[in-house]
Design a protein around this ligand. Structure first.
Ligand SMILES: [Zn+2]
Ligand SMILES: [Zn+2]
Length: 359
């Protein structure tokens, strides 16, 4: 199968539209025709080199599409099904998979299809189990989750990363109980989903923190009860003052050591800081040791601790019932050829989330 794709050749270089070639699916694999791919900040970390990757490579990890062909033994999806593709392939039988943590699958590397996708005749690695900035993707069958009627592919695509990551951080990783107080640092695509996850969980206070006014306005629409403009105020002092001592949970959704440290500082005794953002490789987080005597804790959250075959269907059901906002996250649509422009707009902070739509 030949497909148009946006190829990254090196750090800080514009992506180039090229033709790639994909093999037919083997046992346990599925060929998906891409319907929509989200323009997620995480890809930018690789484009800008704060996370390493081999090149050339096709990025993109937030997508949904239509099954074209399935390999031997695939029973969970069939040609014609619309699917979300999870960006972590899981084997289903390692210790992490069988204890409910498929997002930490120990065999995810081995499940890759390094030799199955080619550019100009040369094999290229796949990104995040899919390489979604392409018209077609060769993916693991167990990463595919059927999309129900009434859910458009562009909304389903966002379930594949930002919605799962944000709502999952609240529901799965932190298990925020009804009535808890929550702060969210960073109100981009993931931050807004943490906010609406906290609303779904029944948090009593949801304090949104950002330095961009339009993002704070969006935060209110997604369920924030209070906002703090950190460009003019110290968010730690404000949160402690507003809550009389700190929040139960503070979520970091930017990906900076400094904001992770602020999250630890704004939780109360016994509270939890939850780091969701991608802190650049090699950056260290520094914490005051006495905080541990107060039973304060800090944990990481990856992919909303997703069990995709369980979690993604309920997220899509809540969307269908209009209890979860996804359409409101999408502020712009692009064609694949406009991908460099799409990332420039993201860098300028002009969009919550934009989506590349395919014909
Ligand atoms: Zn993402
Ligand atoms: Zn596994």
């Amino acid at each position: 199968m030949r497909a148009k794709a946006a190829v990254m050749y090196g750090v800080n270089q514009p992506l180039v539209i090229e033709e790639i070639e994909l093999d037919s699916p083997r046992a346990g694999e599925v060929l998906v025709k891409t319907g929509a791919s989200g323009v997620c900040h995480s890809d930018l970390h690789f484009m800008e080199g704060s996370y390493p990757t081999a090149t050339p490579i096709v990025l993109g990890h937030e997508s949904a599409g239509t099954v074209v062909e399935v390999g031997e033994g695939v029973t969970n999806v069939k040609p014609g099904d619309r699917v979300v593709v999870a960006f972590v392939a899981s084997c289903g039988h390692c210790a992490n998979c069988v204890t409910g943590k498929p997002y930490l699958c120990e065999n995810t590397q081995a499940l890759g299809r390094a030799d199955r996708v080619r550019l100009k005749g040369q094999p290229i690695p796949q990104f995040a189990n899919m390489s979604a900035f392409a018209e077609y993707q060769l993916v693991s069958a167990n990463a595919c989750v059927k999309v129900p009627d009434g859910v458009p592919l562009e909304a389903a695509a966002l379930v594949g990363c930002s919605v799962m990551t944000g709502v999952g951080a609240v529901a799965n990783t932190a298990k925020v109980p009804v009535g808890a107080t929550v702060a969210v640092v960073g109100c981009g695509g993931v931050g807004l989903n943490i906010i609406q996850g906290a609303r779904l969980a029944g948090a009593s206070r949801i304090i949104a923190i950002d330095i961009v006014e339009s993002k704070l306005a969006a935060a209110k629409e997604f369920g924030a009860t209070d906002v703090i403009d950190a460009s003019s105020k110290d968010p730690v002092a404000e949160v402690i003052q507003m809550t009389g001592g700190g929040v139960d949970f503070a979520f970091e959704a930017i990906g900076l050591a400094k904001t992770a440290e602020q999250c630890f500082a704004m939780i109360k005794r016994g509270g939890r800081a939850v780091v969701v953002g991608m802190i650049p490789v090699m950056q260290q987080v520094s914490l005051p040791g006495f905080g541990f005597l107060q039973e304060k804790g800090i944990i990481g959250s990856f992919y909303g601790s997703t069990r995709q075959t369980y979690d993604m269907p309920w997220l899509m059901e809540l969307y269908r019932q209009k209890r979860l906002k996804i359409d409101e996250l999408i502020s712009r649509r692009w064609k694949l050829e406009e991908i460099n422009e799409a990332y420039a707009a993201l860098k300028r902070g002009e969009v919550n989330r934009s989506v590349i739509v395919f014909d």
